[in-house]
Design a protein around this ligand. Structure first.
Ligand code: G4P
Length: 531
């Protein structure tokens, strides 16, 4: 038993979030390099997935190599066992991306130093704040012309509403990138790129008080650094770990993932500042991985294998306490029965392998014969427990789906419901009409193409999708207290309901949301639904 807690103590499970092209894949590769997981960075699979055309993507998805590969990467570094959860970007951005954050204990936010905070960073960040998990910021691409570091930290504070605390500070950027100053050790690490960034490089460290510093980085840069650090010491927040843990303050690091500069320092600080798996809330209290010996896990992602011959599904679960042993028997709480957990797969760097043992903090993918749903709990506690559900995230794209061959009603309903169960799309109906008119909502627009493709390939149903102009969906707080049919709406508002019959509102314009709240005193509209 003691060994189990020791294993859990070593776990660090985090997600890397970024806007496409900010450097998430590159940073992941370099982190793996430190773990010795791959010899040369550059071989993380799925690297270019986002750049594939849709048809291409379908083929890749069919093989499923990429999605499984990129779900979680595990490696060891200096006594830690690190799990990096992938949050797909680009066109395959979907609800899964959000849900993955439910399985992480912290997040690393990669920002392009020349662009600052971008749209997708904002969206993912919002989900992190919902959970109050620690967020670490890596401002990347300092080897290119970058924006002023003060402007970048100000932007993070203003746009994301989180305070910043730079751990290191850059000296110049682009062609004049001299290195970074560590505010704690008062040492400067000078920038040197080597071997096109493919290998660890020998960096030079020099003390801030060393008289030779001016000649190394240049007198002008030294003067600028002196001035900027004084300003920082006076104006920036202290590194208060309690605030970091609550997600109120983000430690900021500057570096260049491509040239492997600042990555190891980042990793070392990150490991010191993060904690092993934290307690998780259940409907009846908390499960504490450092105290509770029993196995417990929740499903955060379900992926269908698009291989027609098998049509199997993999349920990805985050272990919250205890130890997983291949073939163990656990209670599937929502299914109200005991099941055997077989065939768990896990990613070790760039290969998929079957895992025999896993611990709290780890992610396992188990074969799902169609019994699991997102948010389900598996456990073998003495008293039954159930984790709190995963929020339903707001889709931003909506379309009306119509069957081309209306004779295939049954297959159509079955297909669309099963696909919705996996959580890739959400289905709605117009309120007060039957199933005839189905509206699908998705977080990423690619999901519509996947839906059309899968309905045809797996259920032999052809559909036509007509895109709708809505972009904002809102849940109604305490709908039972509201007479929804009497809501005073705006011209761009549409009243719909989900499969549970809960009312929801769609809007084309963001300002209408507030207007409707104003027109209907007491009505509160929510951005996330409760599952
Ligand atoms: P993503 O996963 O966040 O989408 O980003 P990714 O790592 O794929 O990086 C996007 C592009 O930015 C890549 O260039 C990558 O090489 C480059 N990049 C990442 N980190 C740095 C950095 O620190 N400095 C510089 N200068 N560039 C960086 P690409 O041309 O799209 O791909 P490739 O042809 O280089 O592979």
């Amino acid at each position: 038993m003691a060994g189990e807690f020791e294993e859990i103590q070593k776990r660090r499970t985090f997600a890397i979030i970024s806007h496409p092209d900010a450097g998430k894949t590159t940073l992941t590769e370099k982190l793996l390099l430190y773990g010795g997981a791959i010899n040369l960075a550059g071989s993380v699979k799925g690297r270019k997935t986002g750049k594939h055309a849709v048809s291409d993507w379908m083929d890749i998805e069919k093989e499923r190599g990429i999605s499984v590969t990129s779900s979680v990467l595990q490696f060891n570094y200096e006594g830690f066992c690190i799990n990096i959860l992938d949050t797909p970007g680009h066109e395959d951005f979907s609800e899964d991306t959000y849900r993955t954050l439910m399985a992480a204990d912290s997040a690393v936010m990669v920002i392009d130093a020349s662009k600052g905070v971008e749209a997708q960073t904002r969206k993912l960040f919002k989900v992190c704040t919902l959970r109050h998990i620690p967020i670490f910021t890596f401002i990347n691409k300092m080897d290119r012309e970058a924006r002023d570091p003060f402007a970048l930290t100000d932007e993070i504070e203003e746009l994301l509403g989180i305070r910043t605390c730079p751990v290191n500070w850059p000296i110049g950027s682009g062609k004049n990138f001299k290195g970074v100053f560590d505010r704690n050790t008062k040492k400067i690490t000078t920038f040197q790129a080597a071997h096109a960034g493919m290998q660890e490089i020998a960096t030079k460290e020099i003390d801030f008080s060393d008289p030779a510093l001016g000649s190394v980085i240049g007198e002008d840069y030294l003067a600028q650094l002196t001035e900027e650090t004084e300003l920082l010491d006076g104006a920036s927040d202290e590194l208060d770990m309690a605030r970091v843990s609550r997600g109120d303050l983000t430690p900021v690091f500057f570096g260049s993932a491509l040239t492997n500069f600042g990555v190891e320092t980042f990793l070392e600080h990150f490991l010191k500042m993060t904690t092993p798996p934290l307690p998780r809330k259940t409907k009846s209290g908390e499960v504490n991985p450092m105290k509770d010996p029993f196995f417990s896990a929740f499903v955060f992602k379900i992926q269908a294998n698009m291989n027609k011959a098998h049509r199997d599904r993999i349920a990805f679960m985050r272990i919250c306490s205890g130890e997983y042993q291949a073939g163990m028997e656990v209670t599937h709480v929502q299914g109200k029965r005991k099941i055997r957990l077989n065939q768990s797969t896990q990613m070790m760097a760039d290969e998929r392998k079957i895992v025999e043992t896993a611990y709290a903090g780890d992610i396992i993918g188990v074969f799902d014969p169609g019994i699991f749903a997102i948010g389900d709990t598996l456990e073998n506690a003495r008293e039954p427990i159930a984790f709190e559900g995963i929020p339903t995230f707001a889709p931003e794209h909506f379309a009306r789906v119509r069957q081309i061959d209306t004779m295939k009603r049954k297959q159509f309903t079955k297909g669309i419901e099963q696909i919705a169960q996996e959580g890739a799309i959400q289905i709605f109906q117009e309120r007060n009409t039957g199933m005839e008119e189905i509206i699908v909502g998705a977080v990423g627009v690619l999901q519509f193409e996947v839906l059309t493709y899968r309905l045809k390939a797996e259920y032999n149903v052809e559909v036509r999708l007509d895109t709708l102009p809505y972009e904002y969906i809102r849940w109604i707080d305490e709908p039972e207290t509201v007479d929804v049919d009497k809501i005073q709406g705006t011209s761009d508002m549409k009243l719909i309901q989900n499969l549970k019959g809960e009312p929801l509102l769609l809007f084309a314009h963001p300002w209408s949301v507030r207007m409707v709240e104003e027109r209907n005193p007491g009505l509160k509209l929510l951005e996330f639904g409760k599952s």
